[in-house]
Ligand binder design. Structure first.
Ligand code: SF4
Length: 168
C-alpha cells in the first residue's frame, strides 16, 4: 500500500466525485486502463525520442484534452503538483524532462505524434478513433453533464484553486 504523502488528504478535492458512486468509478477506471493498454499496443511499433519537448505546453501551445475518467485517474492516483513557472505540464519532473505520471498519462499523451517519431509510415488512426469513441462513452456514463474533453491545464487549475480554498 502506498504511504501517506503531503497531498493525500486533498485527493477528493482534486477530483470530487460527481457520481458519488465509488464502485462505478472504479469500474470506469478499470475500463480506462484497458483503453490505454490498447492505445499502447497500437503504438508499440513506433519509437519516441522521449525528449519531453511535447510536454512543454506553453512552448508548443498544445496540450492533451482529457475526459473526466482520465482526470479522475490522475487525481486519485497522484499528488496534485503546483503549476510550473515555465508553463510546462505540471506533471513533469523538476528538470522538465520526464513525465512523473507516465503509467497513467492521458490518452492524448499516448497517441501524440510528432515528426521525430519513428516507425511504420501509417498511424493507427482507425484504432485511435475507435478508442476515442469508447473513451467518450465511458465518460458519458460516469459524468453525463460533461459534453467534451477539457484541456489538462484547465482540469489542473480548477483542482489547484479548489485545493487553495480548502487550505488555511
Ligand atoms: S501528463 Fe506526462 S506525458 Fe502528458 S503532457 Fe504531462 S508530463 Fe507530458
Amino acid at each position: 500500500m502506498r504511504g501517506r504523502d503531503w497531498d493525500d488528504e486533498d485527493e477528493d478535492e482534486a477530483a470530487p466525485s460527481p457520481s458519488g458512486n465509488a464502485h462505478e468509478e472504479e469500474r470506469a477506471l478499470k475500463e480506462l486502463r484497458t483503453v490505454y493498454q490498447r492505445a499502447d499496443t497500437a503504438y508499440a511499433p513506433f519509437s519516441c525520442p522521449a525528449s519531453g519537448e511535447c510536454c512543454q505546453l506553453a512552448t508548443t501551445r498544445r496540450q492533451p484534452w482529457l475526459w473526466w475518467p482520465e482526470w479522475l485517474l490522475l487525481a486519485r492516483r497522484h499528488p496534485l503538483p503546483p503549476p510550473r513557472a515555465d508553463g510546462g505540464c505540471p506533471y513533469l519532473d523538476a528538470a522538465g524532462r520526464r513525465c512523473t505520471v507516465y503509467a497513467d498519462r492521458p490518452f492524448g499523451c499516448r497517441t501524440f505524434f510528432c515528426d521525430r517519431i519513428q516507425g511504420p509510415a501509417r498511424q493507427p488512426a482507425e484504432t485511435v478513433n475507435a478508442l476515442l469513441v469508447r473513451l467518450e462513452r465511458l465518460s458519458e456514463r460516469l459524468l453525463p453533464s460533461l459534453k467534451g474533453p477539457r484541456p489538462l491545464l484547465d482540469w489542473h487549475a480548477e483542482a489547484f484553486a479548489r485545493k487553495g480554498k480548502t487550505r488555511p
